[in-house]
Ligand binder design. Structure first.
Ligand code: GAR
Length: 197
């Protein structure tokens, strides 16, 4: 069998349940392979998940991230064609955006442009949604540019928010949507980059 044409690197900072859903979805895929997992956090559970799946995983420091050398070397060693952010909390540096124009995708746990920007991640987002009295929230999958949560939106899906829902109820609904949709949206974005979503 010919080797997959598209090779993904997943950047993640924590638990990695989205990374896991993506890894499982593309296992045995004919044209897309998850080839590398990268984390800024040496304690992140995503590293264990990668290891369990037989995928190479590496960590990097803030300094290594800021300078192009190490990351570009690692990404080119694996012939990475697309980058997927899955619960990754640092702003993507310009050198990566230039190297992967329109080929970096992110998932955000709210309906952007609401509840995005610096400092808005994980449970903080759901707490802000609750505090604002929103009646719905959801997920946004978007291309990455040099600003937080700002690139072209590929896909959104929503969850109802009722008075009885706590931030952790909201988180559960959002995470289920993420696992259901992120792998498929990545697949269609790669296959037809201009029309995904
Ligand atoms: C996900 O809900 C993702 O949308 C969010 O972090 C969580 C990671 O969960 N990302 C952000 O908040 C980025 N601003 P996971 O590690 O279990 O995939």
């Amino acid at each position: 069998m010919a080797s997959p044409q598209y090779r993904l690197a997943i950047f993640a900072s924590g638990n990695g349940s989205n990374a896991e859903a993506i890894i499982q979805y593309f296992k045995n895929h004919p044209s897309i392979k998850v080839a590398l997992v990268l984390s800024n956090n040496p304690e992140a559970f995503v590293l264990q998940r990668a290891k369990n799946a037989g995928i190479r995983a590496i960590t990097f420091t803030r300094e290594e991230y800021r300078q192009p050398g190490k990351l570009i070397h690692e990404l080119s060693l694996e012939n990475i064609t697309h980058i997927v952010l899955a619960g990754f909390l640092w702003l993507v540096p310009d050198y990566l955006i230039k190297l992967y124009p329109d080929r970096i995708v992110n998932i955000h746990p709210a309906l952007l442009p609401k509840f995005g920007g610096k400092g808005m991640y994980g449970s903080r987002v759901h707490e802000a949604v609750k505090l604002a009295g929103e009646t719905e929230t959801g997920i946004t999958i978007h291309l990455v540019n040099e600003h937080y949560d700002d690139g072209r939106i590929l896909f959104q899906a929503s969850c109802p928010v009722e008075a009885r829902h706590s931030p952790s109820d909201i988180a559960k609904c959002v995470l289920e949507l993420e696992h259901k949709h992120y792998p498929q949206v990545i697949e269609s974005w790669i296959a037809t980059p201009r029309s995904a979503g």
